[in-house]
Ligand binder design. Structure first.
Ligand code: GLA
Length: 390
């Protein structure tokens, strides 16, 4: 199934969320806010190593309709989470074992209140079209949409970078995933028709235009992701062990020469994990330069090497993701690039494809993926959009 951009437009989502708000709360909402999901073109598992990433915000996201309350209650209706409603007080925030989605709201507001002590509650309705658990950051877009909502409702002087850090705190300290900063930052600060090279050490970034002739082609392998958080957190620990062994705070400061020089002193799994991170950082920078020059062969090779490194050294791909990459690569050759995207263990692959080849690639995916893996793929043709705080 391919979902074209027009079928997923933001106005539709705005209308839906306003209608839902009226149904739930019997009045019109004060505001509607939207935050995008993201796709990462290259640089995976580098952000929490203080490295480089190259994501773009996409035209799939989370939309919230909301009104302020004059007490401290928060009432949320989550249309896409079995139409559940959750209600809690800002004075008494605790982890919810049943409605896991509500922990994103609770964690985000708890972290926001550390910076702004004067906020009150809200009634809100949330709906989104980022496929959940597909590696396109449905949760970061939720957190950033919540932050944008509260910033608007209570006129907070919250900027995009602070919002991203608050969203990350919610994940790290409340939800329990030790993620990096990439997803929240691009959802807040992405730029229309651009990707962003983000330096996760000092959070400086550079926007890079995506050439007009290229399409962001995303395919969900539709493999249910399992053990994502525990595997993710264990990868992070492995990286930290090597950094610590080298006497630095993050792998960003370890060169390939240095790593090779300690190869015999560290566990071979740790060596491969660190090799992925170090080589992936340079591939992200190479890709930025190539994108600026519209140099597709270089992008193509960097994306291919990135996928191989995530498969062999970092071991976060699945056979289905590897299969999709092979199918797409066999059609594209050096005319486009393809790799897994996001945290891995299932989810999506991303391809940068010349517009003229989209149909051919689509046919190959539709004809070959299901036959090989007995799973039907979902294809998303995306454009790069503006972040919520940009
Ligand atoms: C997840 C995390 C990000 C990043 C990616 C892998 O999306 O939330 O911080 O680490 O995985 O690049």
């Amino acid at each position: 199934m391919t979902l074209k951009v027009s079928e997923r437009n933001t106005n539709k989502q705005d209308k839906l969320v306003m209608q839902l708000f009226e149904q739930q709360f019997q009045r019109s909402p004060e505001i509607v806010c939207h935050a995008p999901g993201r796709v990462n073109l290259i640089g995976d598992h580098t952000d929490y190593n203080d490295g480089f990433v190259l994501p773009a915000a996409i035209n799939y996201g989370t939309t919230i309709a909301a009104s302020a309350r004059d007490d401290n209650l928060v009432k949320v209706y989550a249309h896409d989470c079995e139409q559940q409603t959750n209600e809690f007080s800002l004075d008494d925030i605790s982890f919810d074992q049943q409605m896991m989605w509500s922990n994103y709201v609770k964690g985000t507001l708890q972290a926001l209140m550390k910076k702004y002590t004067n906020i009150k509650g809200a009634d809100f309705v949330v709906t989104g079209n980022v496929p959940q658990g597909a590696g396109l950051s449905s949760s970061a877009s939720f957190e950033i949409a919540i932050l944008k909502t509260f910033a608007k409702l209570y006129q907070l002087d919250l900027d995009g970078i602070s919002a991203a850090l608050i969203g990350q705190q919610a994940e790290n300290n409340f939800v329990g995933c030790n993620c990096g900063i990439m997803d929240q930052l691009i959802s807040a600060m992405g730029k229309k028709n651009h990707a962003m090279l983000l330096d996760c050490q000092d959070l400086s970034f550079e926007d890079a235009p995506i050439p007009d002739n290229l399409v962001l082609f995303i395919v969900n392998s539709n493999v249910k992701r399992g053990l994502v958080d525990s595997e993710y957190n264990s990868r992070r620990e492995q990286c930290e062990k090597v950094a610590q062994y080298c006497g630095v705070s993050a792998l960003r400061d370890v060169t390939l020469e240095k790593l090779n020089s300690i190869k015999d002193q560290i566990d071979s799994v740790l060596f491969r994990r660190a090799r992925h991170v170090i080589t992936e950082n340079s591939r992200a920078i190479t890709t930025l330069k190539a994108l600026k020059n519209n140099d597709m062969p270089t992008i193509s090779i960097a994306m291919k090497e990135s996928h191989a490194s995530l498969r062999d050294d970092f071991e976060v791909t699945t056979k289905e993701m590897d299969g999709l990459v092979e199918i797409i690569d066999s059609v594209l050759g050096l005319n486009g690039g393809v790799r897994m995207t996001g945290g891995g263990f299932g989810g999506c692959v991303v391809a940068l494809i010349p517009a003229a080849m989209v149909e051919q690639v689509e046919d190959a995916v539709n004809n070959r993926y299901e036959k090989a893996f007995n799973l039907s793929p979902s294809i998303y043709l995306c454009t790069a959009t503006q972040g919520a705080f940009r």
